[in-house]
Write a protein that binds this ligand. Structure first.
Ligand SMILES: NC(=O)c1ccc[n+]([C@@H]2O[C@H](COP(=O)([O-])OP(=O)(O)OC[C@H]3O[C@@H](n4cnc5c(N)ncnc54)[C@H](O)[C@@H]3O)[C@@H](O)[C@H]2O)c1
Length: 308
């Protein structure tokens, strides 16, 4: 298949590019490099510089595609709270524009990244796709609203659309700045011999899913996606932030007591756990054990630090 990956120069996109090429797909990446890097686009993929808000300046360079994987977004919860209009433009208008691009380019499939942030503070764990969703940030609302636009657009245009609500994604190439994931932040600090800061008591739990598994989900059943649907991509396993640090400290060979306690971050939810049930019925399940994923991520950050 010929696949257009928006935001393909970013963290998750970089893994999708590699796997898609290995599967024999042709890959075209659109990215404005606001957060991504050219190195995240492998040699076998075509890179077209462009912004999702102005597709008229690049769409002619892409050519017909079979599928669009839409990842480009404003990804920071904090930035969405301070500048909800930019968040709305990128995450909602940007998604609608990419749906229109998919139609123009003849794509029969559209896949996009939503987030566990759409659930908000729902306390019935594990969180299910058919359960309540009441976001507590503009980011959560723009992602949730974009989901509805994708479903409606797909229905109107007989497009096959899949929306993935991603849990806490971690792995090589994740950024540590801004909304950087806790695994990346811990790995970087450990690689630099800096003291890791754990916010609050460290007993808050998250559902960590390896980026390689997330990439697999995006490429799963491309030939036979089934009806328009929303799927969680998660391991349905709770890991406390303190336990996560202990595992990384072991990998890095430092004491599991060598961390600093920081203030609990306002708005941080206590526990997050996403049901795997529906994704499993669709035939998808992550395969990377947390220990293996953390090992791979730690090696990546250690190497990166050594080359600095
Ligand atoms: N990483 C996670 O834990 C996580 C969790 C839930 C959802 N998601 C979603 O997954 C998607 C990918 O996230 P990521 O972690 O790879 O982020 P990322 O920032 O690494 O990648 C996003 C890419 O989009 C590009 N981009 C941003 N604005 C653009 C624009 N206007 N035009 C063109 N390109 C633009 C950036 O340059 C970057 O390369 C996002 O939609 C994000 O909301 C990520």
């Amino acid at each position: 298949m010929r696949i257009l990956v928006t935001g393909g120069a970013g963290f998750i996109g970089s893994h999708i590019n590699v796997q898609a090429l290995e599967m024999g797909h042709e890959v075209v990446v659109i990215d404005n490099l606001s957060h991504g890097t050219r190195e995240n686009v492998p040699a076998g993929a075509r890179f077209v510089y462009g912004d999702i808000l102005s597709p008229e300046s690049w769409v002619d360079q892409v050519g017909p595609v079979d599928a669009v994987i839409h990842l480009a977004a404003q990804i920071s919860v904090a930035a969405s709270e301070s500048d909800p209009l930019t968040d709305l433009r990128l995450n909602l208008e940007g998604t609608l524009r990419m749906l229109a691009v998919a139609k123009t380019l003849g794509a029969s499939q559209f896949r996009t990244a939503s987030s566990a942030a759409v659930y908000g503070n729902v306390d019935q764990l594990p969180l299910r796709e058919d359960g309540p969703a009441w976001p507590i940030s503009f980011y959560g609302w723009s992602k949730y609203t974009a989901e509805q636009y994708v479903k409606h657009f797909a229905d109107l245009n007989h497009m096959q659309a899949i929306i993935f609500r991603l849990a806490n994604v971690y792995g090589p190439r994740q950024r540590t700045q801004g909304e950087g994931g806790v695994v990346a932040v811990f790995c970087e600090a450990l690689a630099r011999n800096e003291t890791v800061e754990i916010h609050g008591d460290g007993e808050q739990t998250r559902d960590f899913v390896y980026v390689g598994d997330v990439a697999r989900a995006f490429l799963h059943r491309l030939a036979d996606p089934g009806p328009v649907s929303v799927y969680n991509v998660s391991t349905q396993t709770r890991t406390s932030v303190r336990a996560l640090f202990e595992m990384l400290a072991r990998a890095a060979g430092v004491s599991s007591q060598s961390y600093r306690v920081g203030a609990k971050r306002p708005g941080d939810i206590t526990d997050s756990l996403l049901s795997q049930h529906k994704a499993k019925l669709w035939g998808f399940e992550p395969i990377t054990p947390l220990t293996d994923g953390l090992e791979a991520t730690w090696h990546y950050f250690r190497e990166k630090e050594a080359q600095r």
